[in-house]
Design a binder for this molecule. Structure first.
Ligand code: PLP
Length: 392
């Protein structure tokens, strides 16, 4: 795999060696159950509580406000379902048109159950319609669910401002910070939002572990019933090694975050500038909005994203698209569609997402091979995708 260029870090990221080193002794020797009263169990409890402090420190929370989960999807489900169940008389939810499927599918299910869901739109650059957000939130709204950094375009919403509009109306807000936590500085004390979801594998931690920030005095009904773990908000024996790995990833993100943002941001900007000058029919989606530093969503006019990805992958370059196959036809992603990107541009949107492990040489290699690959595809008249997939 050493020759592979991995530009798919929003799908998942490589665990840092320090993260793996922290997890191995826990898997090998520290395997006791943290709920056991013997010293061996209490050592596992100590590991979990140290990690809780590390996660809390990353986002300006207190350790008691952190609930460990199996990842972003579970955190989101716990936040949204858990909050709605506490307040069953209100049957209105406000969200956006550009959420991750974890929020999208769940809110669709809520609609099937009789909830009214408003999905606030975005403009051509992916910026939220603030007036619509404002107008949608009412005294009847049970919850607002808002993504921070978009997984497909990297567009960042001003969650502090948007959440304060909701808070003024007494509407609790859930923020999906899965793509921003560990990459952008977050201080939950500045966000008037009682619920924030995080996932370790997006910032060089292990897969299968995440956290939900639950502000003090916020009531939530648990989704997973069982033991009294996680202050009764999430039953089940803790994934101690994963939790320890997440804690280590948080610690490193706090230590290196500013330097990584600077360096990776420069790489992403060079990548975009060079692709745009090498390919006259390339467009960067969301370029006019505030974006997270590692993500680039680039469309190639009149080409099919999946065909571009296939040729990139044959050249050893890993990237993604947000497209999902529906009834045998290639549909552009709901995010690109919500932005109103024209059909002939929307179909050719691919996502290149970088991390601290990427280098200038890799960027140069991608820029060097891309025009040739695209020319080959154009000569072939594009190609059609074959298999369905979901966004990550
Ligand atoms: N939210 C966003 C914005 C994401 O990008 C993802 C992962 O792709 C998720 C939620 C789900 O996280 P997980 O993979 O940890 O369940």
């Amino acid at each position: 795999m050493s020759d592979v260029i991995y530009f798919d870090n929003n799908a998942t990221s490589q665990p840092l060696p320090e993260v793996v080193d922290a997890m191995i002794p826990v898997l090998r020797e520290g395997y006791a159950n943290p709920s056991s009263v013997h010293p061996f169990g209490q050592a596992a409890r100590h590991n979990v509580e140290c990690a809780r402090q590390q996660v809390a420190a990353l986002i300006g929370a207190t350790p008691r406000e952190i609930v460990f989960t199996s990842g972003g999807t579970e955190s989101i489900n716990l936040a949204i379902r858990g909050a709605l169940r506490i307040n069953p008389s209100r049957r209105h939810v406000v969200t956006t048109a550009v959420e991750h499927p974890a929020v999208l599918r769940l809110t669709e299910q809520l609609e099937n159950e009789g909830y009214r869901v408003d999905r606030v739109g975005v403009d051509r650059e992916g910026r939220i319609d603030e007036a619509q957000w404002d107008a949608s939130l009412t005294a009847e709204t049970a919850l607002a669910a808002l993504i921070h950094a978009n997984n497909e375009t990297g567009v960042v919403f001003d969650v502090e401002k948007l959440a304060s509009v909701a808070a003024d109306r007494n509407v609790p807000v859930h923020i999906d910070a899965v793509q921003s936590a560990g990459k952008l500085p977050i201080d939950v004390t500045c966000w008037p939002a009682p619920l924030v979801s995080l996932s370790a594998h997006k910032f060089h931690g292990p897969k299968g572990v995440g956290a939900l920030y639950v502000r003090r005095r916020t009531r939530l009904e648990p989704l997973i019933l069982g033991g009294a773990q996680e202050r009764r908000m999430r039953g089940g024996t803790e994934h101690v090694a994963g939790i320890v790995g997440m804690g280590a990833a948080c610690e490193i993100a706090r230590r290196d975050g500013a330097e990584v943002a600077q360096r990776v941001g420069e790489l992403r900007d060079v990548l975009e500038k060079d692709v745009l000058s090498a390919v006259s029919y390339a467009h960067v989606n969301g370029a006019g909005a505030e974006r997270i530093y590692n993500t680039s969503n680039i469309s190639f006019e009149r080409l099919e994203a999946e065909a571009v990805l296939l040729l990139l992958s044959e050249a050893g370059i890993c990237a993604s698209s947000g497209a999902a196959c529906s009834s045998g036809s290639l549909e552009p992603s709901h995010v690109i569609k919500a932005m109103g990107v024209e059909e002939h541009i929307a179909h050719g949107a691919i996502r290149l997402s970088l991390s601290r492990f990427n280098t200038r040489e890799e960027v140069d290699r991608v820029v060097a091979v891309l025009p040739g690959l695209l020319a080959k595809l154009t000569a072939l008249g594009g190609a059609r995708r074959t298999s369905p997939r979901e966004e990550t």
